[in-house]
Design a protein around this ligand. Structure first.
Ligand code: SF4
Length: 411
């Protein structure tokens, strides 16, 4: 993909869907403790001066001279020089460009269970990275320094698709994850990284809020192997006022991924006390999942920690996660998990037929593993839903920062 550099010095207001001001979830992997992107002193001033700009195709000219971005339902309408709400897509001439191609906010090796994905290459390590910006605006975002960044000084690592794939290969990672912020807003870059990974047999994972229009959605996910989709609530009012988005678009993405692609899908629901954790809402959400997606789609119920613009709400008690899991199981969700807590029962995987514990987990660490290499229960031979390829690995809970520059020279 052609690439050039431009200097960005301005921040503009935009004219978009004001009702849809939304953002990325406070994902369990994105907490302050877990955040990577260690900036190297001395690099910031250089990277802050340049971003990498490439053409995009999902936009159209309006009669009034503005250009509308068609990547996500926000539908930003841009005049010359303006940026979208996500900040990384901008109008340049009579087109919309992506300004952060090939730039990253940092790389780390993580356990795949941290995305979280419990049915995708269990125990393996995943090379994780993000860029900057977000097309949502959640008041509770725990990754806000990246997702809400309006400066390119968070983009410390130059990261071409080939170098990322090579790094993952040499580090022994089975997959690369687009995470920390939503790959929806940098889909051209994510697609090229995924293609480079496929050439080396490396899978790719999208951690996403699923707030994307149909055409770019089909384009992005045709390159992706697995996704964890954030279902923030089951209430349009919550999506509108807390995340600034629309529930229907996210549900459409879930149905599309499960029924029209080969992407392996798991769902995360972050429970915020008093906001989205009522029995009635959890009951409605999990009934919808079973009815519209099927009982085999795993659900992760994870704990909120006060952050960003939601500091007045207490952390989620573990009992809430257990209650949500029980409601989900009662409605037929076959694989419901408690997330980001120590809970062996709530974190372990059971065979849906014989009930045997087939993957024992304590948070991100695997214990006993009773699946065949192709993912069948060793007790009753029933295939476990998911993607399995070989014996379990035991990466454990380690989180290892990776410096991409160390892999750039070995072409
Ligand atoms: S991707 Fe960015 S620029 Fe495009 S509509 Fe969404 S927020 Fe606006």
């Amino acid at each position: 993909m052609p690439e050039d550099s431009v200097r960005d010095e301005r921040l503009f207001d935009i004219e978009g869907d004001a009702s849809a001001r939304s953002c990325h979830r406070p994902h369990p992997e994105s907490t302050e403790l877990n955040r990577c992107s260690p900036l190297v002193e001395g690099e910031v001033s250089v990277m802050a001066m340049t971003t990498s700009t490439v053409p995009t195709e999902h936009w159209h000219l309006l009669d009034d001279g503005r250009v509308q971005c068609d990547v996500c339902p926000r539908a930003c309408k841009l005049r010359e020089g303006q940026r979208g709400l996500c900040f990384v897509r901008a109008r340049e001439g009579d087109a919309v460009v992506l300004t952060t191609y090939g730039r990253s906010s940092g790389f780390c090796l993580d356990p795949i269970e941290k995305k979280p994905l419990n049915h995708f290459l269990p125990g393996s390590s995943v090379l994780s990275f993000g860029t900057a910006g977000c097309n949502l605006a959640c008041r509770f975002c725990q990754n806000w320094d990246i997702s809400k960044s309006k400066e390119t000084d968070t983009l410390a690592d130059a990261a071409s698709p080939d170098v990322i794939a090579r790094a993952a290969d040499e580090l022994g990672a089975r997959s690369v994850a687009f995470t920390y912020n939503d790959p929806v807003i940098f889909l051209e870059y994510a697609a090229d990284v995924a293609d480079a990974c496929r050439e080396r047999g490396i899978k790719t994972v999208a951690v996403t809020a699923g707030y994307i229009c149909p055409e770019p959605r089909a384009q992005l996910f045709s390159h992706i192997d697995a996704a964890n989709v954030d279902l923030k609530a089951f209430d349009e009012d919550f999506y509108h006022h807390v995340s600034g988005a629309h529930l229907r678009d996210v549900l459409d993405t879930l149905e599309y991924l499960v029924h029209e692609t080969d992407v392996w899908v798991e769902i995360t629901n972050l429970l915020i006390p008093g906001k989205n954790d009522s029995d009635a809402e959890l009951d409605a959400m999990t009934r919808w999942v079973v009815e519209h997606l099927g009982a085999d789609v795993p659900m992760h119920f994870s704990a909120f920690h006060p952050d960003f613009k939601m500091l007045d709400v207490p952390p989620t008690p573990p009992s809430t996660l257990t209650r949500a899991r029980e409601i989900a199981q009662g409605n037929g969700v076959q694989h419901a998990y408690t997330g980001n807590v120590h809970d062996r029962d709530g974190g372990s995987t059971r065979c849906g037929v014989c009930g045997e514990v087939v993957i024992e987990r304590d948070w991100y660490v695997l214990g006993a593993y009773r699946l065949t290499d192709d993912g069948r229960c060793r007790s009753c031979d029933t295939p476990l839903p998911g993607r399995f390829d070989g014996p379990a690995q035991h990466w454990g809970a380690r989180r290892v920062p990776v410096r991409l520059a160390d892999f750039a020279g070995a072409a």
